[in-house]
Ligand binder design. Structure first.
Ligand SMILES: [Zn+2]
Length: 97
């Protein structure tokens, strides 16, 4: 069987490359809101993060998410993202084929 090439994206937290499917997309919408783009269809500038709160914390500490999105991210936004990720993490891991 042929191995299909998967598009790789860099996590702004750990700075490693992963298949796009394994990452979360964080989007800055044209309305300047920051969302977790779970379906991959949200318009706007995107950055990728592992499905791992640690990577979000690293991105927060290093401001790499702000750099990737070219915007200032208020602390409350990070807290929201963190909560969304924790919730998301509880949803994955079973029956996901
Ligand atoms: Zn990562």
């Amino acid at each position: 069987m042929k191995v299909r090439k998967v598009p790789l994206r860099k996590c702004v937290g750990c700075q490693e490359m992963f298949p796009k499917m394994q990452l979360l997309r964080v989007v800055l919408t044209p309305e300047e809101k920051i969302l977790l783009d779970l379906r991959g269809r949200q318009n706007g500038r995107g950055a990728y993060l592992c499905k791992n709160v640690e990577c979000l914390r690293q991105a927060r500490k290093k401001k790499s998410l702000e750099r990737a999105l070219k915007t200032a991210i208020p602390p409350v936004m990070y807290d929201d993202l963190e909560q969304m990720m924790v919730r998301e993490a509880m949803d994955v891991g079973h029956g996901d084929t």
